[in-house]
Design a protein around this ligand. Structure first.
Ligand code: CA
Length: 226
């Protein structure tokens, strides 16, 4: 998938994140402070840098500025503060995206893929097809048997999260993390409501599913009709 440089001084987070991202198929290098992060980023040219802001030697936002001065490597900033002014500041400094702590590996993975897609560094096919369903991840266009389907943003993201794992049962917890960025908390009801809107737009129902199959107590599976 991608070469990721994880910059995180908390050893427990660094270790578990490195392991989880490797399990997802990424190549991962990690460092615990800012100056090694800069030299590693310049030497190894990772596809994406996941940068913690609270580092022991240099503030993460300074690392970001220094990195931006010399390179265009996509940077996802991990911050503990969920504040709009903080987000705007980070994006102004050149961050490509941000993620609020605490987060899950599934969320980080979704951000990595989104950043790589935007920077054109991914080898993922921009068009995903499942049976007669066609999802264009660049233009956000969806067609079903060549007929356009108008989806709201979250409906699109929900469909995309399911389509990327077509044939697998995806848990509502994973969907809350990936689509709504709710690593903890968040209600299954949120998924259920969007799922029912999505079903209606795809011309099906829970009682008569074609593409969207609820697996009681587990989650949802997207699969082509037989
Ligand atoms: Ca830290």
């Amino acid at each position: 998938m991608a070469q990721v440089l994880v910059v995180e001084d908390d050893a427990a987070i660094r270790t578990s994140l490195t392991r989880a991202l490797r399990d997802l198929g990424h190549g991962v290098a990690s460092v615990a402070s800012g100056m090694p992060a800069l030299s590693q980023a310049m030497e190894q040219r990772p596809d994406v840098v996941l940068l913690d802001l609270g580092l022991p030697d240099v503030d993460g936002s300074d690392v970001l500025s220094m990195l931006r001065a010399v390179s265009e490597i996509p940077v996802i900033v991990a911050t503990a503060r969920d504040e709009e002014t903080e987000m705007v500041r980070l994006l102004d400094l050149g961050a490509d995206d941000y993620i609020v702590k605490p987060f899950t590996a599934a969320q980080v993975n979704a951000r990595i893929r989104a950043v790589l897609r935007r920077s054109g560094r991914t080898d993922e096919d921009p068009v995903i097809t499942v049976g007669g369903l066609r999802i264009d991840t660049r233009s956000y266009e969806v067609t079903l048997e060549d007929e356009p389907v108008e989806l709201a943003r979250k409906e699109f993201e929900l469909l995309l999260a399911l389509a990327r794992r077509a044939g697998e049962v995806v848990t509502k917890r994973d969907l809350l993390a990936e689509v709504w960025q709710l690593a903890w908390g968040g209600s299954d009801r949120t998924v259920d409501v969007h799922l029912s809107w999505l079903r209606r737009k795809l011309g099906e129902s829970a009682a008569q599913p074609r593409y969207l199959h609820s697996v009681r107590g587990v989650g949802v599976r997207l699969a082509p009709p037989p």
